[in-house]
Design a protein around this ligand. Structure first.
Ligand code: 3PY
Ligand code: MG
Length: 254
């Protein structure tokens, strides 16, 4: 199946994503109908493991939305399992060195480009072996590998990380980026603003697509204006929480 986000990146089109923190296939299904280009299943902070992810992927599958899994750990095993389960790509949190990134890319790509092990019978992505040849022929071209930059060390490493082949995007995580310099969530502090600017500038200079999460108070449009190709501006939890507050507050006040 075509990777919508990857196609849009190639075409220079702006794309929007939403995080899935609830481990809920129903929330995933609802959001798959809302016009996002990509949904990001989180395994870094969220409940739910691979089997939950498979149910989320099934719920999204009738839609053309790209599915990404953010890894709980930057090692090879969950990369292979997420991709064989049918995710269209992986997101690695807080990447700070080229060796780690190289190993993750190698886990995502079949030889000769990488070292991804092949097994199609157990692979939902290869339609349980029915599409083994087709999947093998297209996987390396279609999958996305996204590295998150979310520390001062990660920003410093951008030129080195950019030399790793077959990385599709650097995605800036502002919360952890601010925390890494002792300013957690203090997005207007000049030291943070400067570090964010530097991360954006280095990514642009490296010629890698820039992604990021919209800060509270910054809408996605502001990030697109700064050259972002992909922005996440919502999550299943955030939408439910904020919608819940919005409905309850006026009632409670009367
Ligand atoms: C961060 O801001 O740290 C993120 O991981 C974005 O989702
Ligand atoms: Mg983070």
């Amino acid at each position: 199946r075509p990777n919508r986000l990857k196609q849009r990146l190639r075409a220079g089109e702006r794309s929007i994503g939403c995080w899935l923190f609830m481990g809920s296939p129903t929330a995933a299904e609802i959001l798959s109908h809302c016009g996002y280009d990509a949904l990001l299943i989180d395994h870094e902070h969220s409940p739910g493991g691979l089997e939950t992810a498979v149910d989320q992927l099934r719920a999204i599958a009738p839609s053309p939305v790209t599915t990404l899994v953010r890894l709980g750990d930057n090692i090879a095993a969950p990369v292979k399992q997420a991709l064989d389960s049918g995710a269209d790509g992986i997101v690695a949190a807080n990447v700070e060195d080229a060796d780690t990134l190289e190993r993750l890319v190698a886990a995502a790509l079949y030889p000769p480009l990488g070292k991804r092990g092949a097994h199609f019978t157990v692979s939902r992505a290869a339609r349980w072996g029915l599409d083994g040849d087709l999947y093998a022929a297209n996987a390396d071209k279609e999958l996305l590998v996204i590295a998150m930059i979310e520390s001062a060390a990660g920003v410093a490493a951008i030129p080195e990380l950019a030399r790793v082949a077959n990385v599709d995007m650097f995605f800036i995580g502002p919360l952890d980026l601010s925390a890494s310099i002792g300013l957690m969530g203090r997005y207007t502090e000049s030291a943070f603003v400067e570090l964010l600017d530097e991360a954006e500038r280095r990514t642009r200079e490296a010629g890698i697509a820039l992604g990021g999460a919209a800060l509270p108070g910054h809408d996605a449009a502001a990030l697109f204006d700064r050259g972002y190709a992909f922005v996440t501006a919502a999550s299943d939890v955030g939408l439910l929480r904020d919608g819940g507050l919005q409905m309850a507050r006026p009632v409670l006040r009367t």
